[in-house]
Design a protein around this ligand. Structure first.
Ligand code: HEC
Ligand code: HEC
Ligand code: HEC
Ligand code: HEC
Ligand code: HEC
Ligand code: HEC
Ligand code: HEC
Length: 319
């Protein structure tokens, strides 16, 4: 009996492992020598601009007090979507001198200089957003949310939980802090708890779904950047808690399509350790319930047959 159990658990483990492995989209490979060149070039900046470099740095004319606020975390950087881009591709000029020439520091290639096509649509969506108001708009750039040294696109991330954490931090860094909000607007910061009182167990929801799930229109391609105002935001529970959950087009988009091609529609939520009531078809739970139902039916039928036989035997004896 114990041996059979072990085999069953091993099989379930294997299925889970393979399904979670296909959930991640691989990034384009890069030739080792190209990677080496980029890393060598970046090492020249990181000699000062990383924790490790900073600690051992002892160079005349370098203002370490100022530098302390401008360090890049190498591990995070290399894990980000720009981890294989040269610092100098974006920071174009002026790093031969220390301190760097003031004007040159501002010379940065902005997003659209490298990513033209996709980003044009995103800019147009942003223009429709609640943040595109006069007086606020100017204070928003793409890097307000996407720190180019840190950001990872959802499609390259393994766990929906990590996506939720990263993407909600974009919003909460401002909507959760009076200090940051003040720098953008003179209005009072909306009370998030009060505004979402209609949602049961808010902390749990905010660990499991993103603000943008409810505050953007569904979009087939890259997530829409049109942040919707309160009156247009999603309030219907069935938008997520139903068999046709919009989460399949949003948070779980990349995983759902990847999986479908391999193993048919298995719920992606299993990978996420979440069971979304009404939306998740949990195959293991379904299987367990199926087996349970079959066993119950079997016992009832067996019981009936035994009773019929017993009655028949009794009637034979009596007769
Ligand atoms: C010898 C150490 C050193 C090296 C090497 C170095 N930096 Fe700096 N960097 C500094 C210091 C110190 C500051 C802060 C003082 C200042 O602004 O000049 C700074 C500031 C900056 C800033 C501006 C921060 C701000 O907003 O004021 C940027 C951007 C920057 N460095 C990018 C780079 C890049 C890119 C490289 C590599 C090409 C590089 N640095 C190489 C020491 C260095
Ligand atoms: C994809 C473009 C891009 C790449 C690659 C890039 N940066 Fe930046 N960096 C930016 C932008 C944009 C800003 C300005 C952010 C802002 O003002 O919102 C910036 C700001 C900075 C600053 C000043 C702000 C701060 O956080 O202290 C430093 C220092 C810096 N970068 C260092 C680096 C180093 C070192 C590398 C390479 C390891 C690098 N950057 C790679 C785009 C890039
Ligand atoms: C100097 C050119 C350059 C600039 C400027 C730049 N990027 Fe990139 N970006 C790249 C390159 C190159 C890649 C692909 C890196 C790779 O595959 O290793 C990339 C990848 C990305 C990705 C992943 C896209 C995908 O489908 O693989 C996103 C998202 C992204 N960048 C956003 C931004 C944002 C937001 C900004 C502005 C803050 C920005 N980029 C500025 C060069 C740039
Ligand atoms: C208010 C915050 C915010 C601002 C401002 C913002 N974004 Fe985004 N962006 C997000 C969120 C949240 C996502 C969803 C994360 C994901 O799907 O990768 C996202 C996703 C993206 C993606 C999708 C990555 C992919 O290819 O799958 C790109 C590209 C992008 N943003 C570019 C931009 C550009 C360009 C700008 C400036 C015009 C910008 N963003 C401004 C929050 C923001
Ligand atoms: C840099 C700060 C900042 C960031 C980041 C930010 N917001 Fe905002 N947001 C604001 C400000 C300021 C307002 C107030 C605009 C006004 O005065 O009407 C606002 C307004 C809103 C509103 C209310 C619109 C209404 O109905 O009045 C919503 C909803 C909203 N933001 C959602 C988001 C979401 C979702 C994100 C993340 C994707 C986000 N915000 C990121 C600053 C920010
Ligand atoms: C489950 C859907 C859902 C999620 C998740 C969600 N919101 Fe909302 N949000 C709404 C709805 C619906 C309203 C309007 C509530 C009302 O009018 O009673 C709202 C209201 C708001 C408002 C107030 C706008 C005003 O008029 O003052 C802000 C700001 C806001 N949300 C930001 C956020 C941020 C930031 C997050 C993520 C941390 C988030 N929301 C997550 C659905 C959601
Ligand atoms: C944007 C999508 C979305 C919307 C809208 C939404 N939910 Fe959820 N809800 C989720 C997800 C995802 C979970 C799973 C959380 C987990 O298990 O990690 C969840 C979990 C729950 C739970 C389980 C909580 C627990 O304690 O286990 C309840 C109850 C719930 N939601 C009720 C509602 C109700 C009622 C509404 C409408 C007022 C609603 N939800 C709207 C996505 C949503």
């Amino acid at each position: 009996m114990a041996a059979i159990k072990t085999v069953i658990w091993a099989a379930i483990g294997l299925v889970l492992l393979t399904t979670s492995a296909i959930a991640q989209i691989e990034r384009k490979p890069i030739a080792p020598e190209d990677l080496k060149n980029i890393q060598d070039s970046n090492a020249k900046c990181l000699e000062c601009h990383s924790e490790g470099g900073f600690d051992t740095l002892n160079r005349e004319g370098v203002d370490k007090d100022k530098l302390r606020d401008h360090l890049v975390d190498l591990g995070v950087y290399e894990g980000s979507n720009h981890g294989r881009v040269e610092c100098k591709a974006c920071h174009v000029k002026g790093f031969e001198e220390f301190p760097h020439a003031a004007d040159d520091k501002k010379q940065i290639n902005w997003c659209d200089e490298c990513h033209t096509r996709k980003f044009l649509r995103i800019e147009m969506q942003f223009d429709e957003s609640v943040h595109a108001k006069e007086g606020i708009k100017e204070k928003f750039t793409c890097s307000t949310c996407h720190d180019p040294h840190v950001f990872q696109a959802a499609k390259y991330m393994n766990s929906p939980r990590d996506v939720v954490r990263q993407d909600n931090d974009f919003c909460l860094s401002c909507h959760g802090s009076d200090q940051s909000f003040e720098q953008v607007s003179k209005e009072a910061r909306p009370d998030l708890v009060e505004n979402h009182e209609w949602l049961p167990n808010r902390p749990l929801h905010w660990n499991a779904v993103r603000c943008v799930e409810c505050h953007t229109p569904v979009s087939k391609k890259v997530m829409s950047h049109e942040i919707l105002p309160a009156e247009k935001a999603e309030k219907r529970c069935v938008a997520c808690h139903s068999a046709d959950s919009t989460l399949r087009l949003r948070l779980y988009k990349h995983m759902v399509s990847e999986e479908r091609s391999r193993v048919g529609f298995v719920n992606s939520m299993i990978l996420n350790e979440a069971y979304v009531i009404g939306a998740t078809r949990n195959v293991y739970l379904d299987l367990a319930l199926g087996i349970f139902a079959a066993v119950v039916v079997f016992i009832i039928v067996l019981h009936s047959i035994l009773r019929i036989i017993a009655a028949w035997v009794r009637s034979r004896r009596n007769g």
